[in-house]
Design a protein around this ligand. Structure first.
Ligand code: GLA
Ligand code: ZN
Length: 623
């Protein structure tokens, strides 16, 4: 199987989305000239070019793309060629309205934007494969082609009849019989029992609250359905040239697609990330999604999109201050990326994204932003020469468990606290380690965790017997586990564990939770009524309705230690607790005692020091 190395060919990638179909041909030559000036070596072409490639059904126009790829190739610039299937032309929706996605209320979304497709509709699937097939047949051996970029930011949902049909097929494969489905969905509640398969639908707008397990299954199905679209296109391009690596671009932590499942189907993982330059937590959030990408793919990944300036979809699209794009680019390299691409190369003059940042802004090459792009190009060229960087792994002693199953289930409607967010919990646990310059991987709960000294499970809502067995043997074998609140609550069918939480892990943490106690008051959003069952009490509630009750526990289990944190602690308290867990587990920072705001990451033979704060500190190597 090819990998990212087949795309980089020994150089860190630099560039961005390039939309020549938005510009007259005389601009293309200028584009290539300026790309060369900036040091761009990869352009992502064709992401939204379906209408330009297939102006009428079945009539392809590749002339312009031949010219563009030829110009890029002559300029020494490689191409990430996209299948354009994220945005069908109006002719598809006009001829086949069934290809337009339908909301749970039965209302169809019209064309006139993008992402307006139903992944189940046969005419969409046929047309998407046809354009993919035609592109692959023509360009799979083009000398400029470095990688295939399938679709764009998969995540569209639909609730139409075609989707219901596919959903029933998916459910039959999962449950076998209707009785098993009725049992799993708990349809004894509210007289929801299904008597024939035909009665089963996608979740639709209903009178009151819908069935949570139906909702959960529809989320699982939705991810699998889109994955099927991706793999169909991947297989089509691969068939023409198996040596070209294939990816699709993930968004930051994004619930609709299960990153673990998807990453298995990609030759390498790529990320679109748009932290808000106005958000004081942006560097933290950026570090976290970059670590997630490295972990999903288990190796080097590609930063597919970031904005060189503003992201125009924000209510206030603040640009990046001077140097910020470079800083965040280096953060990506530090955390395992082998390339830094942007949305987009040349700012769109028209259309919804005309206010979006670009490497070549509306002001033209005589601009701060273009000069910074050129400087970044030079930096990446220099870093390509550094031994032990390109392709190198990032070592981590800590794993944070990331579980789409728990994420979907913990955020279903009518859980105890509507504001209890899965990614918030992950971020709270990740943050103190990030501040302490301790590098974390993310891991699947069922993964082999034995190489980690410390495992954090901030919100392991769903615990299956296999996951419980894995965590039990991890701790028994000498590992340290920190299990956060609202964990071990339900099984994979959203059937609540009887007899106390965290269910199958009660004996491992030595704690039994009787009640979840969410709160709307300031202080904490969440506490639990819990009793130690072998664990030592480390912290108790101070004030509030559970004043004096134990909240944080530490349990020696086998050769290891299991912590249970039955609350959402104040940030300082959580930082203190995790510092103790790290120290006991022998987890060390990349470098100790750095000034606040300085991020240190070791990748291969290189230590990156990133100053997110003032830029006014000096760090000297130890004598
Ligand atoms: C996404 C898309 C791009 C572009 C950017 C704008 O990441 O993939 O095509 O729309 O958002 O921020
Ligand atoms: Zn549909």
């Amino acid at each position: 199987m090819p990998g990212l190395g087949d795309a980089t060919r020994g150089r860190l990638l630099f560039g961005g989305d390039y939309s020549p179909e938005q510009w007259p041909p005389d601009v293309w030559e200028e584009d290539v000239r300026l790309m060369r000036e900036a040091g761009v070596n990869l352009a992502t072409v064709g992401v939204f070019a379906w209408a330009a490639l297939e102006p009428e059904p079945g009539r392809f126009d590749f002339g312009w793309l031949d010219t563009v790829l030829g110009l890029l190739h002559d300029g020494g610039i490689g191409v990430a060629l996209a299948t354009p299937t994220a945005s069908p032309p109006p002719w598809l929706g006009h001829r086949h309205p069934e290809t337009l996605p339908q909301g749970p209320d039965g209302v169809r979304r019209h064309y006139g934007s993008r992402n307006h497709y139903c992944a189940s509709a046969p005419p969409y699937r046929r047309a998407a494969l046809a354009v993919t097939e035609a592109l692959a047949a023509r360009y799979a051996h083009h000398p400029a082609l470095r990688l295939w970029h399938i679709g764009n930011e998969y995540g569209t949902t639909c609730h139409c009849g075609h989707c219901a049909e596919r959903f029933r097929g998916w459910l039959r494969a999962r449950y076998g019989t209707l009785d098993a489905l009725n049992a799993a969905w708990g349809t004894a509640v509210w007289s929801q029992r299904y008597s024939t398969w035909d009665e089963v639908t996608a979740p639709l707008t209903v009178q009151y609250i819908g069935n949570p397990t139906q909702d959960l299954d529809y989320q699982r199905f939705g991810s699998d359905l889109l994955l099927e679209c991706y793999t169909a296109e991947r297989d089509a391009v691969r068939a023409h040239n198996p040596a070209v690596p294939v990816t699709t671009n993930f968004m930051d932590l994004y619930r609709p697609v299960d990153g673990w499942r998807w990453a298995e189907e990609e030759d390498f993982v790529s990320l679109d990330t748009y932290p808000d330059p106005g958000d004081p937590g942006a560097a933290l959030r950026g570090a976290m999604s970059k670590d997630v990408m490295r972990s999903l793919g288990g190796g080097p990944w590609l930063l597919m999109e970031q904005s060189p300036g503003a992201a125009s979809w924000r209510p206030v699209s603040t640009p990046k201050r001077p140097g910020l794009n470079r800083l965040w680019s280096l953060q990506a390299l530090a955390r395992g990326a082998d390339g830094v691409l942007h949305f987009q190369w040349r700012a769109s003059r028209q259309g919804p994204e005309r206010a979006h940042g670009a490497l070549l802004p509306h002001a033209g090459p005589d601009s701060r932003v273009f000069r910074e792009a050129c400087a970044l190009g030079r930096t990446l060229a220099e870093l390509s020469e550094v031994d032990g960087l390109l392709g190198a792994p990032v070592a981590a002693d800590v794993a944070v468990l990331l579980d789409w199953e728990s994420w979907r289930a913990a955020e279903l409607p009518h859980q105890p606290h509507a504001g209890f967010g899965y990614v918030d919990r992950l971020t709270e646990y990740y943050e103190p380690l990030w501040r302490a310059n301790i590098t974390c991987d993310f891991a699947r709960p069922a993964a082999d965790l034995s190489r980690y000294k410390l495992v954090l499970a901030p919100n392991l809502y769903q615990v299956t017997p296999a996951v419980a067995a894995g965590l039990r043997s991890y701790v028994a074998g000498g590992g340290t586990l920190v299990l956060g609140p609202f964990s071990g609550v339900a099984d994979q069918d959203e059937r609540v564990h009887i007899g106390g939480w965290p269910g199958l892990l009660m004996d491992v943490v030595g704690v039994r939770v009787e009640e979840h106690w969410p709160q709307a008051s300031p202080g904490t959003i969440w506490q639990e009524w819990a009793e130690p069952r072998g664990a030592a009490v480390v912290e108790s509630a101070q004030g509030g309705p559970l004043d004096g009750r134990p909240m944080v526990f530490r349990h020696e289990y086998g050769a290891g230690i299991a912590w249970y944190v039955g609350t959402v602690p104040a940030p300082d308290a959580l930082a203190g607790l995790l510092a103790r867990a790290c120290a006991e587990a022998g987890v060390r920072p990349v470098l100790p005692d750095l000034p606040p705001g300085v991020e240190a990451v070791r990748r291969g033979g290189v230590v990156f020091l990133l100053d997110h704060d003032s830029g006014a500190c000096e760090i000297r190597p130890a004598a």
